[in-house]
Design a protein around this ligand. Structure first.
Ligand code: HEC
Length: 250
């Protein structure tokens, strides 16, 4: 037998025996798979699972979505807020900050950053996004003209109807200061009305050292609901009121 024939035959028999070994009587068995990692991926695949997962709960690769997850395309408007919660906020939340020029200007800067693209520079709903988004109200029209601090604070934190909550973007102190600036726009849709809301000189002129008391810097007529700010609330965080969480519905 020539060497080439000999090697040829043994190669053929090797291929044949491999082929036979890869066949099993079970019609559902794929037999021996070449490079099985191509079919059964080593990283977890959420929608296909070969082995029991020893790490994840319930032994499955796919994890339960985190609480509050919204499926793609299922983003609903915020219509789950109880009807009376804004009313409760109006009555119970009080702005603990003084209407100083500094605070209102800070509110203006925050408003420009977080609200103006929808509500417009003048609060008339004519911001570039507002014009496309539709339904953005005019702060100086109808009932919007009389929204008080607690009302605005609640809307910022929790959103309302078509407006999404902004509580994760602005902290309680910032919400109160934005509410102050919204009052400026409520008067006449005019940022130039700022001095009408600021009833005191800039804090630099009237220091707590010169008056002896910070609240003396504010005009009581402008501070009606705010006058009670934090009274007996023993709140550690300004703006947190008597409740653990501002704007909560109970
Ligand atoms: C994506 C656009 C958008 C942004 C950003 C936005 N708003 Fe609104 N806002 C709306 C719309 C739309 C409404 C009308 C909601 C409705 O009644 O359907 C609204 C309503 C309001 C109202 C009136 C709520 C009521 O009682 O009817 C207030 C107050 C308000 N927004 C304040 C703010 C403040 C303050 C900010 C910034 C922190 C802000 N909004 C950011 C779109 C927006």
């Amino acid at each position: 037998m020539s060497p080439s024939l000999k090697y040829g035959l043994s190669a053929a028999s090797l291929v044949l025996s491999l082929g036979v070994a890869s066949c099993t009587p079970d019609p559902n068995s794929p037999g021996v798979e070449y490079a099985p990692e191509m079919y059964e991926s080593i990283p977890y695949e959420p929608l296909r699972q070969i082995r029991f997962n020893t790490i994840n709960s319930f032994g499955i690769n796919e994890r339960t979505p985190a609480a509050g997850t919204v499926p793609r395309g299922k983003l609903a408007y915020f219509d789950h807020i109880p009807k009376d919660s804004v009313g409760i906020a109006e009555r119970t939340l009080h702005n603990p900050y003084a209407y100083t020029k500094e605070n209102v200007l800070e509110g203006q800067a925050l408003f420009t950053r977080y609200c103006q693209h929808c509500h417009g520079e003048k609060g008339d709903g004519q911001g570039p996004v507002g014009m496309k988004f539709k339904g953005v109200p005019n702060y100086s029209a109808g009932a919007y003209k009389t929204m008080n601090d607690g009302h605005i604070y609640h809307v910022i934190e929790w959103g309302r109807n078509r407006m999404m909550p902004h509580g994760s973007q602005v902290n309680p102190e910032e919400r109160w200061k934005i509410a102050m600036y919204v009052h400026v726009l409520q008067i006449n849709n005019d940022p130039a009305d700022l001095p009408k809301v600021v009833k005191v000189a800039a804090p630099a002129d009237v220091t707590s050292a010169s008056t002896g008391e910070a609240s003396a810097m504010t005009d009581p007529t402008n501070q009606k609901p705010e006058g009670k700010a934090n009274a007996n609330s023993h709140s550690e965080t300004p703006g947190q009121g008597t409740k653990g969480r501002n704007g909560s519905m109970n």
